[in-house]
Each structure stands twice: as structure tokens, then as C-alpha cells.
Ligand binder design. Structure first.
Ligand code: UGA
Length: 434
């Protein structure tokens, strides 16, 4: 395969992974960003993201001369056959996706892309964006294609190079084939669609996953009432090949930079169109209730007095990032629960393997320490909020000895209750018998 000249605009999770992986497939890639300091660091292979394999892949690409970084996109656009848009589309007014960054890039590069070029949207964008970008571009010699990205934080490189599927959509079938050819070396089924379907499928998948988790979390609450065990239920349900075993773990609610934003955006579009989306609305509302339910669970287990008040109660928190394997705090359910506990008056000390004391984004409500034993010292309970594997092998006897009350609330059902019980600790999980 002859490598193509590709520009990737935006060096966040999606852009950097896309750029580094396309370079590893043999393409000549320039990754651009507006942040000059980030560009400088990236070109030295210094990556802020906690992403296995990505820094090495960036360094290899740069060393092989297949990957470069640039501040601004205009110059590189003039030499590129394909431009991937990987800029953020954050939650804007009323939950709708904010497309200003995407539109700014099109304004910047629109006249520069060579004749016969392709503009490929990887950013998650609402239905109709391809058509809107084509109008903004105002050129019939440049194709517009939607190629949504399904990678997960923490396994971004693997997900890019070994995806379950590649979705490519455009109303111009020839443009679809040209984008498919870029992925020729990736062993994955390619789903070819029209523009609208490709744009919608990313929302469809993320919202389905979110709804599934809300269902599991609601089921966990039901289990607590019924004396059933959610672990048994999900093990049995997951054996049904129509359901499958993944994405069935209960927790403090779903979060991160994608699921909440995409759920809000799809709901907003559906409500604006007058059809609504009751199942999705219920999933979102249920997710908010799940966070509140975790706070009540902590209060019941660790609060003081008959009212189980958390005022002045010291708690140790294990984990703050939105999931294990990432240093990302964006829309973290763990952080939301921590803040809600602080609002109830709890005095919080937390530790997280990906965060150092003083890490930005944690806020003044939570004291961050480097190790779990310090977080536990003198606390009226430990609350596990993020499922870091290392939390499984803590010295529970030592923790039991340093806690003021021997209670662990495990909002992820991550720990082994039998191990904790043997260490003299009371374990409280989600949807499981105490
Ligand atoms: C999600 C999707 O999984 C990706 O396919 C998608 O590409 C990405 O969003 C995106 O739109 O860019 P990510 O945000 O990295 O990926 O996180 P997930 O691994 O999907 O987890 C989302 C949330 O669900 C986290 O809060 C996680 O803790 C929670 N979760 C996940 C559970 O509570 N239980 C589970 O069984 C699985």
C-alpha cells in the first residue's frame, strides 16, 4: 500500500491515537493542534495521557519520519490528501454538541485542501454535520466523510488497531472506499453507510451502553431489596449471547468525557424534534439517582447518630478518576460522589494511583494523599469509588487497624468480601448481600 499524506487536526485522545496509529500503518501523518506547548511536548514523545503504548508509538512514528506535529493546520492541509477532524465537540447550551471547534477548522483549512481531497469527521458530531461541513466548505472537489471512532480511554491504541468494526459513511460511495483503503492493514469488518447513519451510530452505541449500565445499576438496587446478588444475575445474563458478558458491572454511575455528553446530546436532538427518547431520558435520570444512592449508602454505613449524619465524619476514598486505567477526571462519577459527600459535611481524604497530591481538577473539597493507608488513617470508613486493580491487594489488616471504624463501602463491587471479612472489616457492596 502507498501511504497517504494525512492531516489529523486535534491531538486529544482520538486525534493523537488516530495520528500515531495511521503513521504506524504506513501513512505520512501531520498532527496539528492550536496548543503550541502541547505540540512541542508531543513531538518529543511526551504524552499527558495515561494510554498504554501510545507514547512509544508516537516516538517510533516521529523517528521513522512518518509522524510530525504542527501548530495550526493551514500549512499541512495544503499538502494533505485526507484531513481527519478530531477536535472536541463538548456539551454546549442545553446539552447539544458544541460544533464551534469543528467549524473553526473548516474555516481555517477549507481553501487549502488540494483538489480531490477528503475531509473526514472523527469527532462525534450530530446528524447533518457532514452536510453542514460540505456547505461551509463550499467545494464540490473535496469529499466529506463521517468515520466515527469507538476507542476507549485506557485501551485506545488496541481499540484503534483491532476494532470490532470500522464505520465509514458518506453519500458519496467513492469517498467511502477511499477512506476504507486507509484502513486496509487493519483486520476488522468495515460497515459502509450513508452520512446520516454513520453520524448517528456513535451516539447510538454510546447511549446504548449508558442505558445498559443504568439498567444494571437499577437492577442492583432491586437485588438489595430482594436479597439477590447482582453478580449472580449478571453472570447468568451475560451467558446469553444476545446480551454478552461485558459492560454489566454495577458502579457509582456511568461517566467520563463521552457517555454523559453523547446521551445529553442525543436526548436534546430527539426532544427538539418532538419525538423525545423516553428510554434515554430514564437512563440519564437513573444515572443521577445512582450517584445519590451511593451517597446514602455511605451515610448508612459510616454516618453518625440515628440520622446517620455525615457532618464532620472522616472518610477515606479509594479512586477519583472516572474509571481505572486513566487519569481523566472529566465527568467522573467518583468525583461527583466525593463532592456530594463533601456537601453533606464529610471530611474527605482520597488517593488515586493516577493522581498526585495537588493534581488539578480534584477541587478543595478533597484532600489528596499518595497512599491508601494515609487516606484510611482515623477514618470512619473507606469508600472505593474507582476500580483500580491495585486496590484489590491492599493490606486489609493494616487498614482495619488504622480505620476508626472497620467499614468499607465498595461502590464498584471490586473487592473480595471474604478477604475483607477475614481482615475484620465490614464490606458493603452494590446489589450484593452484605
Ligand atoms: C466510551 C465508549 O466505551 C467508547 O466506545 C467510545 O469510543 C468512547 O466512550 C467515546 O465516545 O470516545 P470511555 O469513555 O473510554 O469509552 O469509557 P468506558 O470504558 O465506556 O466507560 C464509561 C463509563 O461506564 C465509566 O464511568 C465506567 O466506569 C462505566 N462502566 C463501564 C461501568 O460502570 N460498568 C461497566 O461494566 C463498564
Amino acid at each position: 500500500m502507498r501511504g497517504k499524506r494525512i492531516l489529523v487536526v486535534g491531538t486529544g485522545y482520538v486525534g493523537l491515537t488516530t495520528g500515531a496509529c495511521l503513521a504506524s500503518l504506513g501513512h505520512r501523518v501531520v498532527c496539528s493542534d492550536v496548543d503550541a506547548a502541547k505540540v512541542e511536548r508531543s513531538s518529543r514523545g511526551e504524552i499527558d495521557l495515561l494510554e498504554p503504548g501510545l507514547a512509544d508509538m508516537v516516538r517510533d512514528g516521529v523517528a521513522a519520519g512518518r509522524l510530525e506535529f504542527a501548530v495550526g493546520s493551514a500549512r499541512a492541509a495544503a499538502r494533505s490528501e485526507v484531513v481527519f477532524l478530531c477536535v472536541p465537540t463538548p456539551m454546549g447550551a442545553g446539552g447539544a454538541a458544541d460544533l464551534r471547534a469543528v467549524e473553526a477548522v473548516v474555516a481555517e483549512i477549507g481553501d487549502r485542501v488540494p483538489r480531490g481531497g477528503l475531509l473526514v469527521a472523527k469527532s462525534t458530531v450530530p446528524v447533518g454535520t457532514s452536510a453542514r461541513l460540505a456547505r461551509l466548505l463550499g467545494r464540490d472537489d473535496v469529499g466529506v466523510v463521517s468515520n466515527p471512532e469507538f476507542l476507549r480511554e485506557g485501551s485506545a491504541v488496541r481499540d484503534f488497531l483491532r476494532p470490532d468494526r470500522i464505520v465509514i459513511g458518506s453519500d458519496d460511495p467513492a469517498a467511502v472506499e477511499r477512506v476504507a483503503a486507509l484502513y486496509a492493514a487493519v483486520d476488522a469488518p468495515v460497515v459502509r453507510t450513508g452520512a446520516a447513519s454513520a453520524e448517528l451510530v456513535k451516539y447510538a452505541a454510546n447511549c446504548f451502553l449508558a442505558t445498559r449500565l443504568s439498567y444494571v445499576n437499577a437492577l442492583a438496587a432491586r437485588c438489595e431489596r430482594a436479597g439477590a446478588d447482582i453478580a449472580d444475575l449478571t453472570a447468568a445474563m451475560g451467558r446469553d449471547h444476545r446480551i454478552g458478558p461485558e459492560f454489566l458491572r454495577p458502579g457509582p454511575g456511568w461517566g467520563g468525557s463521552c457517555l454523559p455528553k453523547d446521551a445529553a446530546a442525543l436526548l436534546r436532538v430527539a426532544e427538539a424534534a418532538g419525538t423525545g427518547f423516553p428510554a434515554l431520558r430514564a437512563a440519564i435520570d437513573s444515572n443521577a439517582r445512582q450517584r445519590a444512592r451511593m451517597v446514602r449508602k455511605v451515610a448508612a454505613a459510616c454516618g453518625s447518630g440515628p440520622a446517620r449524619s455525615l457532618r464532620g465524619v472522616r472518610l477515606g476514598l479509594l479512586g477519583l478518576t472516572f474509571k481505572a486505567g486513566t487519569n481523566d477526571l472529566r465527568d467522573s462519577p467518583a468525583l461527583a460522589v466525593a463532592r456530594a459527600l463533601a456537601a453533606e459535611g464529610a471530611d474527605l481524604t482520597a488517593c488515586d494511583p493516577a493522581l498526585r497530591p495537588g493534581s488539578a481538577g480534584v477541587g478543595a473539597d478533597v484532600r489528596l494523599v499518595a497512599d491508601p493507608y494515609r487516606a484510611a488513617a482515623g477514618a470512619a470508613g473507606l469508600v472505593l469509588l474507582t476500580e483500580w486493580p491495585e486496590f484489590r491487594s491492599l493490606d486489609w489488616r493494616r487498614l482495619a487497624a488504622s480505620l476508626a471504624r472497620p467499614v468499607v463501602v465498595d461502590t464498584r463491587d471490586h473487592l473480595d468480601p471474604a478477604v475483607l471479612r477475614r481482615a475484620g472489616l465490614r464490606w458493603r457492596g452494590v446489589g450484593r448481600p452484605p
